[in-house]
Ligand binder design. Structure first.
Ligand code: GLN
Length: 199
């Protein structure tokens, strides 16, 4: 089976486990380095990026995460998870570190406060059919991307979905809707990477 983990230190872990299962993966929470070693792909959930980064350091996961992502582990970050995948944060809080993996600069809370959360229909490259309903909750946007990163979606002129190699990031939360096409796209990335690895 295709085993996809969800980093389970803080955030909306359960919703991602459900969405991944619906996309056909064997989904499991990851809290320890030994669990990280067993997955074919990893989701970094929404939540609070500073908290997740501090807990990852505390649990001895930060270096293993950096190593596996640098080694090409397929990884998908939503919202706080997007921030964790950024090589650079425009306005980091003290002690806030990232895993990195995507050559982009993100701006935290760029779309406003919690009570300014909103939904918007998005056309995402690689997702066929109707637009995806994007749920934005204190969401970051991407200020700029480097040459290796590909912009997959924008909202009102701001970059909200990016892919670089095996790393995918969205400002919004597909795990909070019943539409599992973005998780399906990620599951396809994990499958493709496994196939290449076994050749
Ligand atoms: N604003 C949060 C952060 O900076 C992210 C919010 C979310 O994941 N919904 O980590």
């Amino acid at each position: 089976a295709l085993v996809i983990g969800v980093l389970a230190l803080q955030g909306d872990v359960r919703e991602h486990l459900v969405a991944l299962a619906a996309a056909g993966a064997a989904a499991r929470p990851v809290r320890r380095p030994e669990e990280l070693a067993e997955v074919d792909g990893l989701v970094l959930p929404g939540g609070e990026s500073t908290t997740i980064s501090k807990l990852a350091t505390l649990f001895g996961l930060m270096e293993p995460l950096r190593a596996r992502v640098a080694d090409g582990l397929p990884v998908y970050g939503t919202c706080a998870g997007m921030i964790l995948l950024a090589d650079k944060i425009l306005d980091p809080r003290s002690g806030q570190e990232t895993i990195g993996g995507i050559d982009m600069i993100v701006r935290r809370n760029a779309f406003g406060r919690q009570n300014e959360s909103f939904e918007a229909a998005l056309d995402i490259e690689g997702v066929d059919g109707d637009p995806v309903e994007g749920v934005f909750i204190r969401a970051p946007w991407v200020e700029s991307v480097g040459a290796a990163a590909r912009v997959l979606a924008e909202h009102e002129g701001h970059i909200v979905a990016v892919r670089q190699g095996n790393a995918l990031a969205t400002s919004f939360h597909p795990e909070l809707t019943g539409d599992h096409r973005v998780h399906g796209l990620f599951a396809d990335m994990v499958r493709a990477s496994r196939t290449r690895g076994s050749l």
